[in-house]
Design a protein around this ligand. Structure first.
Ligand code: FUB
Length: 320
C-alpha cells in the first residue's frame, strides 16, 4: 500500500513537472513590429492548419480623430518573433453596402474555406450631439481559399441589420458548431448559432445567463481550454475580464479581471494557443516613435497568459 502511494505520488510529481514544462513561459512579450508607422488594433489571433499564427487586425490611420478606418491587415508568424506582412486582406471598397468603420475583425476556418467576419458601417457618429448621429454598423461575411485573402463579400449584405452590431467573435466548438458572439447595445451577452455555411444564422439570438453580472462591454472573445469555455471581454471597454462555463452558451460564472486598463483607453484582445503556449494579443496606446502625431496611438502587443489548475486565468501584467 505504502509503495503504491509512493508510486502514485511519484507519478503525480512527474505529471506536474511535465505540465509545468508544457506551460512554461517562453514567449517574449512585446509590441509587435508590423513595420514603420503601421498602426494596428483589435488583434484576432488564429492558428490555422499550417501551424502558423495569423493575426487579423484593424488598421488605424495616423493621428485619426475618430475610428474612421478603411481596411484590415493580416500578419503571420512561425515563431511569434518574425512577422510576415500579407498586407490588407480586405477594405471598405470590397463592400457595396458600407463606406466606413472598418473595425475589429475576426476569422474562422471551416469546410476548407477561410471566413472573415468584418464590422463595417455607414453614416456619421456625432460625438458632441449624439442625437444627430446617423451611424449604423453591421457584420460583413467574407470568404477566401487562403488565410491571407483575397477575401470576397460572400453575401453582399450585412448578416443582419438590427441590432446595430460590431466586435464579432466567431467560435467553432469541437463538434463543428459555430457560435457568433458580438457587441450590440441591448444585445451584449447574446449569442447566435451559425449554419454550417458560416454565412447565415441558425435560429434566434440566445440571451445567455451571465450569473447576474452584465456590465457595459465590447469586443467579446470566446475560446475553449480543456472542458472549460471562456467568455472574455473589455469590461467598460477597458479592463479585460472573464467568465467561465461548461458550455458555449453558459450559464457563465464571472471570474474578474485578468488585465487592468491603461491610460483610460479602450482595449481589444484575443487569446489563442500556439505550440503549447497560450498567448494574449491586445492593443496598447503609446506615443509611436517616428510619428509626427502628438497623441497616443494604438499598436498590437502580446503577452504570455497562464492558467491555474482550476482553469482560472492568472493576471497579466503589461510588459514595458
Ligand atoms: O477599433 C475600433 C473599435 O475600438 C473596436 O471595434 C472596439 O473594440 C475598440 O477597440
Amino acid at each position: 500500500m505504502k509503495n503504491n502511494n509512493n508510486k502514485i505520488s511519484l507519478c503525480s510529481l512527474i505529471k506536474l513537472a511535465f505540465i509545468g514544462l508544457m506551460t512554461s513561459t517562453t514567449l517574449n512579450a512585446k509590441i509587435l513590429d508590423f513595420g514603420p508607422n503601421v498602426l494596428t488594433a483589435d488583434p484576432s489571433g488564429h492558428v490555422w492548419k499550417d501551424g502558423r499564427m495569423y493575426v487579423y487586425v484593424s488598421h488605424d490611420i495616423e493621428c485619426q480623430e475618430d475610428f474612421h478606418m478603411k481596411d484590415w491587415l493580416v500578419y503571420s508568424s512561425d515563431d511569434l518573433e518574425q512577422w510576415t506582412n500579407h498586407g490588407p486582406f480586405m477594405s471598405l471598397d470590397d463592400f457595396s453596402w458600407a463606406d466606413n468603420y472598418a473595425w475589429a475583425p475576426d476569422a474562422a476556418y471551416k469546410n476548407g474555406k477561410y471566413y472573415a467576419v468584418l464590422p463595417v458601417g455607414t453614416g456619421f457618429k456625432d460625438r458632441i450631439n449624439p442625437e444627430k448621429s446617423t451611424k449604423w454598423m453591421g457584420l460583413g461575411m467574407a470568404v477566401s481559399d487562403s488565410p491571407t485573402g483575397p477575401f470576397k463579400d460572400a453575401i453582399g449584405k450585412p448578416l443582419w441589420t438590427k441590432p446595430y452590431t460590431n466586435d464579432p467573435s466567431l467560435f467553432i466548438d469541437d463538434d463543428g458548431q459555430a457560435y457568433l458572439y458580438f457587441h450590440a447595445k441591448g444585445y451584449d451577452y447574446h449569442v447566435v448559432k451559425m449554419n454550417d455555411d458560416l454565412l447565415s444564422v441558425d435560429g434566434e439570438f440566445i440571451k445567455m445567463d451571465m450569473g447576474g453580472y452584465t456590465p457595459k462591454m465590447e469586443g467579446p472573445w470566446v475560446f475553449k481550454r480543456g472542458d472549460n469555455y471562456y467568455f472574455t471581454m473589455p469590461e467598460n471597454n477597458r479592463v479585460l475580464t472573464y467568465y467561465m462555463a461548461k458550455s458555449p452558451t453558459g450559464p457563465w460564472e464571472y471570474k474578474g479581471t485578468f488585465m487592468d486598463q491603461e491610460h483610460n483607453a479602450n482595449n481589444h484582445h484575443s487569446i489563442v494557443q500556439f505550440k503549447g503556449q497560450w498567448v494574449l494579443f491586445y492593443h496598447r496606446w503609446i506615443n509611436v516613435s517616428g510619428s509626427s502625431c502628438h497623441k497616443r496611438q494604438r499598436v498590437t502587443a502580446m503577452e504570455p497568459i497562464t492558467f491555474n489548475a482550476d482553469g482560472t486565468i492568472n493576471k497579466v501584467q503589461r510588459t514595458d
